[in-house]
Ligand binder design. Structure first.
Ligand code: 3PG
Length: 418
């Protein structure tokens, strides 16, 4: 037991049916039915192999994409292929989540076999809109279709989905109400590394916040400034643009329109208030990158033309940020500095990640886009720690008990191991 949660070590696995929730959520290429990145699947594979090698019948449940952002909402067929090759054993993909096909497949499993069920978010009860609208308690989640149909087939529930630990959804928090439960190896590792790091980050500690997940960026900024963990917060991406705009700097009308189109205007007064309180710690972009007639252009906020769209930080900012990263003893990164998928707007992200690769301090990177950027700029192996979670990592840093942690702690008390 660690952190009040059971680990796999507490349980006899041979011959047991283990319902295992993983986070295998990755960008998808629908045309080729493949995944554009396999980082989370690679991170989960050792837990799966361990369970299967110990003789458990392993039923993997996972979500792919989100009902809110449809881009990557897809089946889990490609994930089964990747998992099979990683663990060197057939992972049978079942095109069902909790209906008769899934239940028959589970009932017929032999020791050591592995199946992967289809995207759990194909069930409405697992969708984020459902979670946010109905706010089911964990006891109510245990009565949903997905839990009540699958739990009777399982002996043990294992959650290895640290990256989804901030979600309050039945396959994450419902099984712990009715089955003995444990965290998987990846969950245990992420929890351990992040909590140790946050207890006493070596100073100076610098946070680099960018990307387009604005709520995440602002939660993180507020948390680390309030707690005193951050000596500097270097801002880029949409968070940088909102801060610049909120503090009266020019970012161009198209950049402002984008903030309103995305309904992010509520963050403008929040950004102004945060900057007012912590102006000596928050670093705003000194210049911005954009594209004009197929070429990259850069402007300081004073020079920004009216119809400008900011899609990256500029060279001056890059120099400042790289110097801060080089001086820091601890660096946390969440979110890229710009639209790094496009060569005209990748300079900021590329330079920051290359600086992370060379940094002498301890570097931690979290979130899907940041992990993809680390891979693109070939620095993954040089980083101190790559966390599979983005939103989960950020909410973990706030010190709040994550819903899945709460559910796993409940199970440890409700089903004591003899
Ligand atoms: C993530 O990508 O952060 C996790 O898989 C959780 O996904 P979600 O934000 O769609 O719940």
């Amino acid at each position: 037991m660690r952190f009040g949660i059971n680990t796999i070590d507490e349980f006899e696995l041979k011959g047991k049916t283990v319902l295992c929730r993983a986070d295998l959520n990755q960008p998808v290429d629908r045309e080729t039915d493949t995944l554009k990145s396999t980082q989370r699947i690679e991170a989960f594979a050792p837990t799966l192999k361990e369970l299967s090698d110990a003789g458990a019948k392993v039923v993997v449940m996972a979500h792919q994409g989100s009902d809110i952002e449809y881009q990557n909402f897809y089946c889990t067929r490609p994930h089964a292929k990747v998992l099979s090759s990683l663990i060197g054993k057939e992972v049978t993909w079942i095109e069902d989540v909790c209906g008769p096909t899934a239940r028959e497949a589970i009932a017929g499993m032999k020791d050591g076999e592995v199946i992967l069920l289809d995207n759990v978010r194909f069930c409405s009860e697992e969708q984020t809109l459902f979670e946010l609208k109905l706010k089911l308690t964990h006891e109510e989640q245990a009565k949903t279709q997905v839990v009540s149909k699958l739990a009777p087939l399982g002996d043990l529930y294992v959650c290895d989905a640290f990256a989804a630990a901030h979600r309050d959804q039945p396959t994450l928090c419902g099984f712990e109400q009715v089955l003995p439960s444990a965290m998987g190896r990846l969950f245990e590792k992420e929890y351990c590394v992040i909590s140790e790091l946050m207890e006493q980050p070596e100073k100076p500690c610098v946070f680099v916040l960018g990307g387009s997940k604005i709520s995440d960026a602002f939660i993180m900024m507020e948390t680390v400034l309030k707690s005193g963990s951050a000596d500097k917060v270097l801002t880029g991406g949409l968070a940088g643009n909102i801060l610049l705009h909120a503090t009266g700097k020019k970012i161009g009308q198209k950049s402002i329109d984008f903030i309103y189109q995305k309904n992010y205007e509520e963050y403008i007064p929040k950004a102004a208030a945060l900057y007012e309180k912590y102006r000596e710690k928050i670093v705003l972009p000194a210049d911005l990158g954009g594209a004009e007639n197929g070429s990259r252009v850069e402007y300081t906020p004073e020079q920004v033309p009216d119809d400008f769209t900011a899609i990256d930080i500029g060279r001056k900012t890059i120099r400042i940020y790289c110097e801060e990263i080089a001086k820091a003893k601890t660096v946390f990164v969440n979110g890229p500095m710009g639209v790094f998928e496009d060569s005209l707007s990748e300079d900021g992200t590329k330079s920051v990640f290359e600086a992370l690769g060379k940094a002498e301090g301890y570097t931690v990177v979290g979130g899907g886009d940041s992990v993809t950027a680390a891979k693109k700029y070939k620095v993954t192996d040089q980083l101190g720690y790559v966390c599979t979670g983005g939103g989960a990592l950020i909410r973990f840093l706030t010190g709040e008990e994550l819903p899945v942690v709460k559910a796993l702690r409940h199970a440890a008390k409700a089903f004591p191991v003899s």
